[in-house]
Design a protein around this ligand. Structure first.
Ligand code: FMN
Length: 183
C-alpha cells in the first residue's frame, strides 16, 4: 500500500505522481505472479480507504476503481476489498453500504468484501448483489466452526481485542469455546 497511496508515495519517477504510476508496482507484481502460476490462482486484497500508518489516499474510490479495472486486464480470480466500515472506535461499524459499489460493478471476477460484517450483514450484501463473498476476520478468530454457527444462527463468542497480537497462542487463538461447549 505504500506505493498505492498518494499520502505516502513521494516517488517522482514511473512509480509516483499519478494514479497510474502509484499502481505501477502492484500491477507489475500481479503480472509476474499471473505469468508464473496463472490468473485463475491469483487474487488481490486492497484497502483503498484504510489510513493505517498514515497510508491514506485522497481519492480512494478512484484508486480502487483503477486497480479493479487493471486487475480485469489480467483476469485474476478475485478482488478482495476492505471497506471503510470502522471508525476511530474500532468496534463501531459505520454504514458505508455503497462505498465499493463502482468497484463491484467494474470487476469481472469474484468480488469479496470484508470489515465489520455480521451474519445478517453478509446475507444482505450478497442478496443485494454488492458482493459475491464476505470474508470474516475477528469473528473467525474468536469462533471455531464459524460457518456452522452461521448455519444454525448459533451464539457467537466475543473476541478479545487485548489478545489479538499476543505471542502466546494458547491465551488467544486456541482457547475460544467450541460450539458444543456453549450452553
Ligand atoms: C489479529 C488480526 C490480525 C490481522 N492481520 C492482518 C494482516 O496481516 N493483513 C491484512 O490485510 N489484514 C489483517 N487483519 C485484518 C483482517 O483481515 C480483516 O480485514 C479485519 O479484521 C476486518 O474484518 P472483520 O471485521 O471481519 O474482523 C487482521 C485482523 C486481526 C484481528
Amino acid at each position: 500500500m505504500e506505493f498505492l497511496k498518494d499520502g505516502v508515495n513521494d516517488w517522482i519517477d514511473e512509480y509516483g505522481a499519478s494514479i497510474e504510476n502509484y499502481c505501477h508496482f502492484a500491477l507489475k507484481v500481479v503480472k509476474v505472479v499471473v505469468d508464473e502460476i496463472g490468473a485463475d490462482r491469483v487474487g488481490m486484497r486492497l484497502s483503498p480507504f484504510s489510513d493505517h500508518y498514515e497510508a491514506e489516499d485522497s481519492s480512494p474510490e478512484a484508486l480502487g476503481l483503477y486497480m479493479t479495472e487493471s486487475l480485469n486486464k489480467f483476469r485474476v480470480l478475485y478482488c478482495h476489498m476492505v471497506e471503510p466500515r470502522i471508525g476511530i472506535d474500532r468496534d463501531i461499524i459505520r454504514d458505508c453500504s455503497h462505498s465499493l459499489f463502482t468497484m463491484r460493478k467494474a470487476f469481472n471476477g469474484t468480488f469479496i468484501v470484508a470489515r465489520g460484517y455480521t451474519r445478517d450483514d453478509r446475507n444482505k450484501v450478497v442478496l443485494e448483489d454488492r458482493a459475491d463473498l464476505v470474508a470474516f476476520g475477528r469473528l473467525f478468530l474468536a469462533n471455531p466452526v464459524l460457518p456452522k454457527r452461521f448455519e444454525f444462527n448459533a451464539p457467537l463468542n466475543k473476541y478479545s481485542r487485548a489478545t489479538f497480537y499476543t505471542s502466546n497462542p494458547v491465551i488467544s487463538y486456541t482457547d475460544y469455546p467450541f460450539l458444543n461447549s456453549i450452553a
